[in-house]
Design a protein around this ligand. Structure first.
Ligand code: ADP
Ligand code: MG
Length: 446
């Protein structure tokens, strides 16, 4: 199949030839013909499979083929969960609009608001934005969406995870007219919140799902290693960095503080690492990403701020120094490698604190994960036992229960997994607390 078989305008075909894209990927083959008919779309396919062009090409086609509804309002709005992803999508859009009369604006948080107001005054046809900042502009009336023809949500599920539902609804309301077309894309769209927002925002959408999100990404070799504690993790990481033949590598940690600490340690050992976290200002974030893209740094240490969408072809390895809190993020993190048919490696370090997240990932991937070891660095930790089943009615025995005795027969496989298994309850935690008494210090994982 060729791009010209998808019903695309000749001018776009020429552009694609010029950009050396000769064959559409599977998601492009399926999504483009539906989208250019003007239908709403809820589409998912694995990471690195070309979803960006799958929505940018139909958007371009609309520019070429359809008259605008209004003269001033943006015609296409693309929303992404992170500023870095918005920049990347905007860069790809720019290659498509170069040499055409169409123009675009990038509107993300952390950048100067007034500059963006000025950009809106030029009536850009395409706007690529993060939802928070765009909602601020609607509030400020810097732009109006009455003439919006296409609303595209890239990584919609992540926008919901990040708490952007209100902003998404606000944007939807501002552009809520009969002729608007809405496209939602992600590698993971199975989220229940997605179903709810999709039913409100999409109009009889065509559902396209190329492979299941839990399906193994065959271009990415995924390994998991058990670790006893932080020092053990560190030792494993050192060994991995010493032995793996990587080009560029991304390390994901749980917290921003960890990105700083790890980066410092790596740099002390002259490993050319740089940290990217959400608490840096936008100029710093931009400069770090552009340096990493230009290969000035071999290692990017980051949090989930970089788990979605980023497409850096030299990233050969992804390391989960800590497991992600949300299981879908695992799929997206490892998907920073193995892009556009290239091979990639992902290694996840699983310590006692990661166990709950690890089990969530295992359940999400619907497969039994086995662990690999590095010779000389095998640890003692073999995973946490499932939490004991609640048996409050059981009479306490006269003997003081030992930790071991509190554990039920862990070997008994249950058909339906006890939810508390995922709650990572430590052995002995399952004590009866009378209703009246409130715990003095309630603890929460969040
Ligand atoms: P996704 O959003 O599915 O994770 P991207 O849209 O970021 O994937 O694309 C991943 C990479 O594949 C990008 O570098 C992009 O340029 C490349 N790509 C997209 N479409 C094609 C194609 N038809 N042929 C070859 N490479 C492609
Ligand atoms: Mg993408």
């Amino acid at each position: 199949m060729h791009f010209k078989d998808l019903g695309l305008d000749q001018r776009l075909i020429k552009k694609l030839n010029h950009l050396a894209f000769d064959k559409p990927t599977e998601i492009q083959q399926t999504a483009i013909p539906v989208a250019i008919l003007g239908k709403d779309l809820l589409a998912s396919s694995k990471t690195g499979s070309g979803k960006t062009l799958a929505f940018l090409l139909p958007a371009m086609q609309r520019m070429y083929r359809c008259k605008p509804f209004t003269r001033r309002d943006p015609r296409v709005l693309i929303l992404t969960p992170t500023r870095e992803l918005a920049k990347q999508v905007f860069a790809q859009l720019r290659t498509l609009i170069a040499g055409t009369p169409y123009d675009g604006a990038l509107v993300v948080g952390g950048e100067n608001f007034n500059d963006q107001v000025k950009a809106f005054r030029k009536d850009p046809m395409f706007v690529v934005a993060t939802p928070g900042r765009l909602a601020d502009h609607l509030e400020h009336r810097s732009t109006h969406l009455d003439g919006l023809e296409m609303l595209i949500l890239d990584e919609a599920d992540r926008m919901l995870d990040l708490g952007f539902e209100a902003q998404l609804r606000r944007i939807h309301e501002a552009a809520n007219h009969r002729r608007r077309q809405t496209l939602m894309f992600s590698a993971t769209l199975d989220h229940t919140d997605v179903a709810s927002i999709a039913s409100d925002m999409l109009n009889a959408p065509k559902r396209i799902s190329i492979g299941h999100s839990a399906e193994q990404h065959t271009d990415i070799t995924q390994r998991f290693m058990l670790c006893d504690h932080l020092d053990h993790k560190q030792a494993l990481l050192d060994k991995i960095l010493e032995t793996e033949d990587y080009d560029q590598l991304i390390i994901f940690t749980a917290t921003r503080a960890d990105t700083e600490r790890l980066t410092k340690e790596l740099n002390e050992r002259k490993l050319k690492a740089v940290a990217l976290s959400g608490d840096l200002n936008q100029t710093q974030r931009n400069s770090i990403m552009s340096q990493f893209e230009r290969d000035c740094h071999k290692i990017l240490v980051t949090t989930d701020v970089a788990s979605r969408g980023l497409d850096i072809s030299k990233v050969s390895h992804v390391i989960n120094f800590d497991m992600p809190k949300h299981a879908e993020e695992y799929v997206h993190r490892v998907g920073r490698t193995g892009r556009a048919g290239n091979k990639g490696d992902a290694i996840s370090l699983v310590g006692p604190k990661d166990w709950k997240s690890f089990k969530n990932v295992e359940a999400f991937l619907q497969q039994k994960i086995t662990f690999t070891t590095i010779e000389g660095l095998e640890g003692k930790f073999k995973g946490l036992k499932p939490a004991p089943k609640k048996k409050f009615h059981k009479k306490p025995t006269s003997k003081k229960p030992t930790a071991k005795k509190a554990v039920p027969s862990a070997s008994k496989p249950k058909k339906k997994m006890d939810k508390r298994f995922y709650d990572n309850m430590a052995v002995g935690d399952n004590v009866f607390i009378p209703k009246k008494k409130k715990p003095a210090n309630p603890t929460s994982e969040d």
